[in-house]
Design a protein around this ligand. Structure first.
Ligand SMILES: CC(C)(COP(=O)(O)OP(=O)(O)OC[C@H]1O[C@@H](n2cnc3c(N)ncnc32)[C@H](O)[C@@H]1OP(=O)(O)O)[C@@H](O)C(=O)NCCC(=O)NCCS
Length: 219
């Protein structure tokens, strides 16, 4: 089963909301997802998988699929998302450009596969590269062991403070922050790429010397 991590678009908001409703008690209106995606189109990502059986099915059944909010396209379903933004609070004390991860979740059957890690890294990289975010902050429940492990141990966020009764049910939140260094966030460093792109060498060099041997076109 292949998982794709890609930028979220306005077509994905229902699928993202569906994943959020399934995974978290903090829920948002569709308008709030749209606000993120329209204001910062390169700050939110989705993880999707493609169900080959659904692609094979005839057109009639596609209308049923469309009623299921997990699916964005024929056969493509959203299994996780990272909803990111830049801080736009005019009353914010810190005027340094910085990002915020509003929400992150992965559907239960797709957990422990590294999907949240990849969604987060893509989101951090993009906030830094495209919006010049110096750091990214987020809130997490004190009791959320899985998310805490991901943020603190895997992604090296630091706990800045504890916000008492931050959540509606009275639970405290850790307020966490990660200072962003673009070079350390380059996707090829964590995507298991065998060869690292040094960003200087001409990518066409080999082709020009050896000639094009094989071209494949997918329709
Ligand atoms: C938190 C969550 C997003 C993690 O998603 P995931 O795709 O399973 O996470 P990953 O597979 O990328 O794992 C990342 C790291 O966290 C660890 N981890 C994941 N789930 C864990 C768990 N239940 N307990 C302890 N560690 C866990 C992984 O082992 C991995 O650690 P490593 O880098 O040391 O190997 C997912 O559990 C989830 O959607 N939970 C419900 C929603 C939620 O809590 N969102 C966060 C709100 S702040």
């Amino acid at each position: 089963m292949a998982i794709t991590i890609r930028l979220a678009t306005v077509d994905d908001v229902q699928g993202m909301q569906n994943a959020n409703l399934n995974n978290l008690p903090e829920n948002y209106t569709l308008k709030y997802y749209l606000y993120h995606i329209l204001s910062w189109p390169q700050a939110s990502f989705v993880a999707t998988t493609t169900d080959p059986e659904l692609i094979e099915q005839d057109i009639e059944s596609v209308s049923d699929i469309k009623k299921d909010t997990q699916y964005v396209n024929r056969g493509e379903k959203i299994v996780g998302y990272a909803l990111g933004k830049m801080d736009d609070d005019p009353e914010s004390e810190d005027k340094t450009p910085h990002g915020h991860v509003t929400s992150l979740s992965v559907m239960r059957t797709y957990r422990r596969m590294g999907i949240a890690d990849k969604l987060m890294r893509q989101c951090l990289y993009s906030l830094c590269e495209n919006y010049q975010a110096a750091y990214v902050s987020l809130h997490v429940r004190k009791s959320n062991r899985a998310a805490l492990h991901l943020y603190r141990d895997t992604l090296k966020f630091e706990v800045l403070s504890i916000e008492s009764k931050y959540y509606q049910d009275g639970e405290d939140a850790y307020y966490m922050k990660n200072n962003l260094v673009l070079d350390e966030l380059i996707p090829s460093k964590f995507q298991g790429a065998k060869e690292e792109d040094d960003l200087d060498t001409d990518l066409l060099e080999g082709i020009l010397v050896d000639g094009v041997k094989e071209v494949s076109v997918s329709s």
